[in-house]
Every structure is written in C-alpha cells, then in structure tokens.
Design a protein around this ligand. Structure first.
Ligand SMILES: [Zn+2]
Length: 351
C-alpha cells in the first residue's frame, strides 16, 4: 500500500502522513487531523520470532491474540460465557461509571426520569440495567449477536443488533428517543456524517445525545496497536463538531480529559501474567514504535497520553449556537478521578 493511492476518508485530502504500528499502517490527515488505520497483511513482526503452535498452548488467549493474527483460532461462541458473566457483575467501579454518566447530565439539568433512552454499543449493559429502573424505556445495541443475546437473557433489557458499517438507526427504529448515548464507539463508525444525521432522525425535538470518545494522540495509536480488531478511525474534535452543527445540533456541554496510560496500566493489571505482558511486551513495543513515529512529524497531538472528549448535543431546528461556556480541560489525578482512567469516579464533575 502506497501513501499516494490513499486519501483521507473524512475530508478527501491526500495530505497524509503514513506511519506504522505493530499490526497496522496508520495515516494522519494533515488537513482534518483524523487518524485512520489499515491492518497489515502478512506476518506481524513477532510472528517471525515466536513459534505459533507453542505460544497458542502456553499463552492466555488475550495475550496470544495481541501478538498473533487471528486465523480462526478460537470459537466466537466461547466469548458468550465471558460476556454473559460481565452483564451480571457489578463492581464498585462499574457503579461509579453509571454515577459519572448521571452527573454528566445532572450538571446540565437533564434528567432521565420517564425518558426513553437508546444506548448505542452499550454492552455489557451495566448502564442500561441501572437506567431501566428510572427511565420509561431503555434499548441497548451491540455489534454481535452473542452480546445482544447475553444482555437480553441476563439483564432482561431490550436489545437490538447494530453494526455501524451496515445499519442505519432510522431504518431500525420507527420510534423516537429523548436521549441517545454513544460511549466509546464512534471509532468504529465509518461515516460519521450519515450516522449523526440518522441520530437526528430518531431523536425527539429538544432531545440530547451524549458522545464520548478518544481524540487523536500518538498514545491512542500505540497503546492499542496490538488489537486484532482495532477501531479504524480516531476522529478529531473539529470533525465531530462540524457534523453535529451540519445536522442540526447545538452544543450543550463539553470537556476534555487527559491521563497517563502508564497510570492506567498500573491500576488495572490485576494478575501477574498481565503485569508481565504489560511491562515486557506492551510497554517496550509502544516506546519503540513511538520513537520511530516521532521522527515523522505526524500532524496530531504528539503525546503518549490518553485523551477523552465528552460532549452533550441538543437537537434543535436551526443549530447555530456555539457553546458559550469555556471548554474545560481536566487532568486525571486524585482530584479528578474518572472511570476513563480506571479510577472509581469521585464526583468531580459536580464540584
Ligand atoms: Zn482529512
């Protein structure tokens, strides 16, 4: 694949900087700052050095799939049990994730009581389970049939299979919703413009959509580089905003959060084998590709940090209001503990 026969899927520009990660050819657009990935063909680097058959026997499944290509090594149905179990486990962390979501709306005076809510890619359904207690109606979508079935059977919530690449929301739903949640999933959306247009068609006038997503940084590219089914696109904030304004929304609320992936790894590697994988493979590999990428002057945030955008948009007839409040930037730490950074949420949004 040559850079000169690739163009930006968002703005059509050929002003792209190409760079490599472990499993992908990555492209950063110099005009709209979007990052997109194409999976490499052929063997990944470590596959030349490590014996596949032996590694498949001795490595945990997750570790194996991070180093090797998936050529049908595992039965997808095996994931069902894991997913069904995740639906029912409610840790303190998961509960605080719900609290954070509630506060994002509460600080803007938006309530869930008596509302109808669509939670897009809302697996494993922890949020939906909480919302069904207070909302009039909750529908959760997931990409896989396994996940939608698991949530329906274990949580008793209404579920619908939805694939960003194939389905249109306004063709699936004839009813309209008060609130749509899109948390950490637009990175799988190949056409953000038409997706936001379809959200506009299923929202009631004055309805709200919450969007949460990572923004382009070298950290977001390299810390996820071993994913076998990696999200194809990291949209820039300007791109997201452009499409919301175009499709009749106004910005009600927004903030960014920054945090260290190293901090996240330290907080969430619970088993010895995960710790070993993180510090012997994941971290050195990230540093190696990062050092190479820094030489290429890639036109995005050069830091290795984790960067999250949270926005609430309101459906209006003529959306021209640019948010009047200044944008807030939070840095993850003791005073701003967010579930995005593997902390238990401590209520900082309300302070
Ligand atoms: Zn572009």
């Amino acid at each position: 694949m040559q850079p000169n026969n690739t163009t930006c899927p968002i703005c059509g520009s050929d002003n792209l900087t190409r760079f490599n990660s472990y499993k992908h050819h990555c492209f950063a657009c110099g005009d709209c700052n979007t990052v997109f990935h194409k999976k490499k063909t052929g063997k990944y680097l470590l596959e030349y050095a490590l014996p596949r058959t032996l590694c498949k026997k001795i490595l945990p499944r997750q570790a194996f799939l991070r180093i090797f290509r998936d050529i049908g090594d595992f039965n997808p149905a095996d994931f069902y049990d894991v997913y069904a179990k995740e639906c029912t486990v409610e840790s303190e962390f998961r509960r605080s994730e719900v609290n954070q979501l509630m506060d994002q709306f509460a600080v803007n005076g938006i309530t869930f009581e008596g509302k109808s809510v669509l939670d897009i890619s809302g697996g494993p359904g922890v949020v939906a389970r909480h919302l069904r207690e207070i909302c009039d109606k909750v529908v959760v979508t997931e990409y896989s049939e396994i996940a939608t079935r698991a949530m329906r059977e274990t949580l008793g919530v209404e579920t619908v299979q939805f694939d960003y690449a194939k389905d249109k929301l306004n063709e699936i739903f004839t009813e309209k919703f008060d609130i749509v949640l899109v948390r950490s999933s637009i990175i799988f959306c190949p056409d953000l413009d038409s997706f936001i247009a379809s959200v506009g068609k299923i929202l009631k006038p004055g309805g709200h959509i919450l969007i949460e997503t990572i923004l382009p940084t070298l950290g977001e590219v390299f810390w996820w580089q071993q994913m076998e089914y990696k999200f194809p696109t990291i949209y820039a904030q300007e791109t997201i905003e452009k499409y919301f304004y175009k499709n009749g929304f106004s910005l009600a609320y927004g903030y960014r959060e920054y945090g260290s992936y190293i901090g996240i790894k330290q907080r969430c590697t619970k088993t010895i084998s995960r710790k070993l994988f993180t510090w012997l493979i994941d971290y050195p590999m990230t540093l190696a590709y990062y050092a190479l990428a820094r030489k290429s002057r890639i036109p995005i945030d050069q830091k290795l940090h984790h960067k999250m955008l949270t926005q609430i948009w309101k459906k209006t007839e003529a959306a021209q209001n640019v948010q009047e409040k200044p944008y807030i930037n939070y840095h993850a730490g003791e005073s701003t503990k967010s579930t995005h950074f593997e902390y238990t949420y401590n209520g900082y949004l309300k302070r």
